[in-house]
Design a protein. Structure first.
Length: 362
């Protein structure tokens, strides 16, 4: 099996799907479930189950095929445990044991997320047996995090399941590096912190932000940016001007931590050192971030916002193809009533808009 493909499951796949499930359970749960229960699993019984349940109650199945046979499958649909209407559940991803370790589970996961996003789901969850360390590592690499536990009975054994949750965007484990014609959008380094603190203490840079930051506050912000990457697989990249300035500020994507009429959402934002203004760096980097958000993360819309008086940033938003409507203006909920920076304008851009095509990532 060398060249896998992903396609929707059909009823004629039932026998192969049953075989994959039985083989996967016997290998994955060998030291977790009772041996007698695993030995008694029947491909014939499981095939009948597939024929009865396939594509019912909003559930979908996709298969990974290679060398003319089904190597694995994923099952997904609306969450079954009373979660919100925008939360989906991936109830199974199984591969034949001889297909493990080839990245095909990740292919199934990403294909399932793409389908779920097309159906309008914003978040995704899975239940994983606590003792299934291999599966837990897989979902953690996919960007999910545990949030609660429950006890279940399988084959006469009382077991603990852990629920993992996360966004239905396509996360990536590593902190990606993006490159544009003049810039490198890269992971943060410890040596960036001093320049970042100086930038956050510059009144010109912070004119339209609530306050100048102390060095400790600046370092804490950098740490939150790194943690955002770990949770989401995207974030605010450190910007390097190739061959000129090692750290010029940040540009990238983030999920706002407040509630408003347009949240949940993903925002494109930037903050550059004063000496880097007026050279088109923010526009160039923001276009790269948009391309990554639409093309790799799979976002359908990205927003940006600022105060009405911040004409410099608003011009960047317009140059990268974003538009605003007075109906979207809002009061920032993190600022008190009467604060001069409370009123904000919101800009939006949909994925259907033309991307720049100038981005490379590694």
């Amino acid at each position: 099996m060398i060249e896998p493909t992903i396609r929707p499951a059909i009823l004629d796949d039932a026998a192969e799907l049953a075989l994959v499930r039985v083989l996967a359970w016997r290998s994955a749960y060998r030291d977790i479930l009772p041996a007698a229960f695993l030995a008694a699993m029947s491909v014939e019984d499981d095939e009948r189950r597939w024929r009865d349940l396939m594509n019912r109650d909003g559930r979908e199945e996709i298969v990974c095929t290679a060398d003319g046979q089904i190597a694995g499958y994923a099952t997904f649909g609306p969450a079954r445990d009373g979660a919100t209407a925008t939360t989906a559940e991936v109830s199974a991803i199984y591969l034949r044991p001889d297909a493990w370790g080839r990245g095909w589970g990740r292919m199934l996961w990403q294909a399932a997320l793409e389908r779920l996003r097309d159906r309008g789901f914003a978040d995704v969850m899975v239940w994983v047996l606590r003792d299934n360390s291999r599966a837990r590592r897989f979902y953690e690499r996919c960007g999910l995090r545990p949030d609660e536990e429950r006890t279940v009975s399988i084959g006469g054994a009382e077991l603990v399941e852990i629920r993992y949750c996360g966004p239905a965007a396509t996360p990536i484990k590593s902190h990606p590096t993006l490159s544009t014609p003049r810039l490198l959008l890269r992971p943060w380094r410890d040596e960036d912190l001093a320049a970042f603190a100086a930038m956050n203490a510059d009144p010109r840079v912070m004119e339209f932000l609530p306050k100048i930051l102390s060095p400790a506050e600046s370092d804490a912000l950098a740490q939150r940016i790194k943690e955002h990457f770990e949770r989401r697989g995207f974030g605010l990249w450190a910007v390097e001007i190739v061959g000129a300035i090692p750290f010029a500020g940040f540009v990238g994507l983030s999920v706002p931590a407040f509630e408003a009429h347009f949240t949940p959402c993903v925002e494109v934002g930037w903050r550059l050192a004063f000496e880097c203004w007026g050279r088109g760096y923010a526009t160039e980097a923001a276009r790269g971030a948009l391309d990554f958000g639409y093309g790799h993360v799979g976002l359908k819309e990205i927003v940006s916002f600022t105060v009405p008086a911040n004409l410099r940033s608003r011009r960047v938003m317009e140059r990268i193809g974003m538009t605003c409507s007075p109906a979207d203006d809002f009061d920032h909920p993190r600022l008190p009533e009467g604060h001069p920076l409370r009123r904000h304008v919101l800009y939006r851009r949909r994925r259907s808009d033309t991307a720049s095509g100038s981005l490379r990532w590694a």
